[in-house]
Write a protein that binds this ligand. Structure first.
Ligand SMILES: Cc1ncc(COP(=O)(O)O)c(C=O)c1O
Length: 360
């Protein structure tokens, strides 16, 4: 039976919100997904070499472990495959924390950090940004005084992007080590340009890396991610896994994309090119924007009303963008980046909004 201890879960607000997006005609720029489409023969190509028993058997994941290990030049026993980075975060909190422990994350960021903190009854210390998009030094220093268990650094973070270099990560890891704290580097946007902290795990036993197939690989649908750390760490961190980390279809897609990484490289280079062109175009429209190492751009409006009106205007034209955010980021919106040819209809929507004086 439930005990009093369980009842707090009742008060946590969880919603299954239908996004309400028109997925046929709409332009999806609101979730940092792959904006363009996979070719229609994609799943056929993924499954064509599978045996007739493919759907009748339990998933076989050993090969995917091998392929990821080879891809990232680590050993298989340094990896745990999870349901996206999302599953990786949950696994870490499950194993490494007790109720009332302090964890910390840059804020704003991926929403599930907040949700899981509530579920695991943790004290979430948020490290915010200054209006110059710099990490708030005071809040960062305060974190070390709170006897924290884990510091999560999404690197690069979204929607506020402030990417740490390897030297900085190394220094932070050393400080975390002194207070027996894990440093988890969430590399959701790896491949779009930021350096990975992976080379640091050899000499920094408290570093854990999170990776995903959702962003550069372009398949958030398959819910595949993985955790990488030292073999010793993974001996503990991989033990609480579920019986089958992924479905057979997800495994097949992930393997196919690792085998055909050229496709991903090609896609990433289109996004990087689009990033440059979008910044230039937004400047020409008179808007301040930021994008360094992600598949997204943060765009600033003069005030919250302008930001809100533009989001609504674009939505009516089936162009979905994210924002405005909570204060103090309430005059910002965020858009995902696809190949520039696709982004042109966003730019014309934005220009139309300007003509109609929705922003100045
Ligand atoms: C910083 C960050 N971490 C993690 C995630 C979740 O990734 P996944 O789809 O692998 O669960 C996101 C998704 O937007 C993200 O922005």
């Amino acid at each position: 039976m439930f005990t009093k201890k369980n009842l707090y879960l009742k008060n946590i607000l969880r919603m299954r919100v239908a996004e309400g997006r028109n997925l046929i005609k709409g332009l999806r720029l609101d979730r940092n997904e792959k904006v363009d489409l996979w070719p229609s023969n994609f799943i056929h190509n993924v499954l064509k070499s599978k045996p007739p028993s493919f759907f009748s058997t339990y998933p076989e994941i050993a090969n995917l472990y091998k392929k990821i290990a080879k891809f990232d030049k680590v050993s298989e026993d340094q990896i745990l495959i999870t349901s996206g980075i999302d599953g990786g975060i949950k696994n870490l909190l499950n194993i490494l924390t007790q109720p009332k422990d302090v964890i910390s994350v840059l804020s704003p960021t991926y929403a599930m950090y907040e949700v899981y903190s509530k579920i695991f009854q943790l004290k979430l210390h948020r490290i915010s940004y200054t209006e110059n998009y710099e990490v708030n030094k005071k809040e960062f220093e305060n974190f070390f005084k709170l006897k924290p268990k884990i510091l999560f650094i999404p690197n690069p973070n979204q929607p506020i992007e402030n990417t740490f270099g390897l030297d900085e990560i190394k220094k932070i890891a050393a400080r975390c080590k002194k207070i027996k704290c894990f440093l988890v580097v969430d590399e959701a946007y790896f491949h779009f340009g930021a350096k990975s902290a992976l080379p640091l795990i050899k000499h920094n036993k408290n570093i854990i890396i999170l990776r995903t197939f959702s962003k550069a690989f372009g398949v958030p649908s398959i819910r595949a991610g993985y955790t990488i750390s030292s073999k010793d760490n993974m001996e503990i961190l991989s033990k609480a896994r579920i019986a089958h980390e992924l479905s057979s279809v997800s495994i097949a897609v992930a393997e196919y994309l690792l085998d055909n990484f050229k496709m991903i490289r090609n896609n990433v280079s289109k996004i990087k090119n689009s990033r440059k062109l979008m910044l230039k175009n937004l400047r020409n429209i008179g808007l301040e924007s930021r994008s360094q190492y992600g598949n997204y751009v943060l765009i600033k409006f003069k005030n919250k009303t302008e930001a809100k009106n533009v989001v609504q205007f674009l939505r009516k034209r089936l162009i979905y963008v994210k924002g405005p955010y909570k204060k103090p980021w309430d005059c910002f919106i965020n858009i995902s980046l696809g190949p520039f040819s696709i982004m042109k209809s966003f730019l014309s929507g934005l220009k139309e909004a300007k003509r109609r004086r929705l922003f100045t």
